[in-house]
Design a protein around this ligand. Structure first.
Ligand code: NCD
Length: 311
């Protein structure tokens, strides 16, 4: 449900399995034979859904699901609870379930938690409203591990829509557990990082952070720059979105001020916030990051299904 459901040791284990999958893909190709994953996506997705689907296929399993709630019985008024009971039922009345594991995305914060209470199989939160996106964070962690080779002693800049962007909420919760990490929040005033996460995760542990409004003033100090899209679908007032949508555009000029070793991450989709010219910069890691999403989701599915392979 949340990245903090995993201990730091469990995260290390997942990273190790993902790296073993990268090194020895053949070893894992039948690990999920006869296992079925459901992707229940009540909100749009490209990478998250495709990476879950690729992950289960690469493990030798199969998928069912919907990609658009408007094509499911939700339009007839079916509740989330009923959909989940039906897909994951393993109650006494019905022996066996449709599937072995569910990945679910929903526009309502907390919906996967509600679903998990009813489900007879593991549920993975693939994004709930503007709240959390733990599997994106696992993806981000694997990307940081593979490009920076550490989680400790990093200055991490998070830029864009820090209020509605669920990926940055989960990422800060994860990175706050490592030593020597500092955060730089770069956002317009209206889209600042939520106070409650700052208080719970940073203030309470004395973790340093600062809040600024321009990229230029902090570029040289960053080890990781995590860019995000302004989340149009979460704005009540479209005029506010229009005013804020181009608040930050990372271009080759701004990249000149960054360290040679800095890495640029973005969960994607990108709108305007990174110029396509930056794609050719060796420090741009966002497409590599999308690939890491497949490997870490393979590792997560194995863990949740209790399937172990010798290292
Ligand atoms: C993100 C999401 O859905 O929160 N995308 C993703 O899962 N890769 C980021 C976004 O939509 O901006």
């Amino acid at each position: 449900m949340s990245i903090t459901d995993l201990t730091v040791e469990e995260i290390d284990e997942l990273m190790a399995v993902a790296e073993d999958i990268i090194a020895n893909p053949v070893k894992y190709q039948d690990s999920c034979r006869h296992k079925l994953l459901a992707t229940l996506f009540f909100e749009p997705s490209t990478r998250t859904r495709l990476s879950f689907e690729t992950a289960i296929n690469r493990l030798g399993g199969r998928i069912i699901g919907f990609t658009d709630a408007s094509s499911s019985s939700v339009t007839k008024g079916e509740t989330l609870k009923d959909t989940i009971i039906m897909v994951s039922n393993d109650t006494a009345q019905v022996v066996g379930s449709y599937v072995d594991i569910i990945a679910m995305r929903h526009p309502k914060e907390g919906a996967p938690v509600v679903a998990a209470r009813r489900a007879g199989v593991p549920i993975i939160n693939a994004g709930d409203g503007s709240h959390n996106h733990p599997t994106q964070t696992l993806t981000d962690l694997l990307t940081i591990k593979r490009t920076k080779n550490r989680f400790d002693n990093l200055t991490i800049g998070l830029c864009g829509d820090l209020k509605f962007g669920r990926t940055v909420h989960s990422l800060v919760e994860a990175m706050a557990r490592y030593t020597g990490v500092q955060f730089v929040f770069i956002s317009p005033d209206e889209l600042k990082f939520p106070r409650y996460i700052i208080e719970d995760e940073l203030d309470s542990r004395g973790i340093p952070y600062k809040e600024v409004s321009t990229l230029e003033e902090v570029m040289p100090e960053l080890d990781v720059l995590y860019m995000t899209r302004i989340q149009r679908e979460r704005f009540d007032d479209p005029f506010v979105y229009e005013r804020l949508k181009d608040s930050y555009i990372l271009d080759t000029q701004k990249m000149k001020a960054a360290k040679e070793t800095m890495r640029v991450l973005h969960p994607l989709p990108r709108v305007n916030e990174i110029s396509v010219k930056v794609d050719d910069d060796p420090r741009a890691c966002y497409f590599f990051q999308a690939l890491c999403g497949k490997h870490i989701r393979m590792a997560l599915i194995l863990k949740l299904l209790g399937i172990k392979k010798e290292a």
